[in-house]
Design a protein around this ligand. Sequence first.
Ligand SMILES: C[S@@+](CC[C@H](N)C(=O)[O-])C[C@H]1O[C@@H](n2cnc3c(N)ncnc32)[C@H](O)[C@@H]1O
Length: 272
Amino acid sequence: MRLPDGLPADIDLTRPSAARVYDYVLGGAHNFEIDRQLAEQIAAMTPNLAETMRAGRAFLRRGVRTLVGAGIDQFLDIGSGIPTVGNVHEVAQQANPAARIVYVDIDPVAVAHSRSILAGNERTTVLHADLREPDRILAEAEKLGAIDFGRPVAVLLAGVVHFVPDSDDPQRILATLRAATVPGSYLLLSHSTHEDQPREMLDAQRLSARTATEITLRSRAEIAAFFGDFTLLEPGLVHMPLWRPDEPTDPGEHPERLGAFGGVGRHDRGAG
Ligand SMILES: C[S@@+](CC[C@H](N)C(=O)[O-])C[C@H]1O[C@@H](n2cnc3c(N)ncnc32)[C@H](O)[C@@H]1O
């Protein structure tokens, strides 16, 4: 693979990266042999892996469409990965060309690719930052003039909070992000779970320890707590395919097999 211009010299190519494993499984070209090997290993143990990742992107797209429909025109997408086909800016800007998106990722390769893919799109900004430092993300997004926190914003956390272990206090991180938003803002979140899952899912979690960040599977109640006192939109926090499917038959017979819950919460007056 050709390295994109501006790729930092200090990236660790001896360890697989979650963003590049994800990119490979989604059919992207922004990954290395080490990522492909781990992806194949995980996929051999969890046949639903590619489907889960595609379902994650599809949930994100349905959520963003809903948010644009609710009048949101600024998005803070943390743990955005590599913005390949059908990503947030495409969905949002198709519905509202004035929509602004800030993509944030911890992976320098994802960030470098995002910058090259988005060059020329003046309403997108890419930050190299860590979700575990939410104050820094909020300050930078504001300083760059990319997000106006005096107006409603959507914070997107799709498939990323499970990379934050309990020891890094994800509830504190979520509380900081929620508190930065004004009423009328939204939080979209999807998160892997051990609920209703077979043994293979737990084995795949063990393998994820080989990427720079290990996955922490959480219960539905723990994931629901990330929304604080935001009001969950219908149908609530559900297995991802069940969240406002395009067609009633889309979720299939076993939506729980994808192993992740998704939901969208709204900041109503008095919440925070
Ligand atoms: C499974 S991908 C999800 C990509 C995208 N949000 C989606 O739903 O299609 C998770 C992304 O989170 C990033 N990530 C993991 N830990 C992070 C952290 N602490 N801060 C920011 N990004 C992180 C990874 O680099 C990866 O790109």
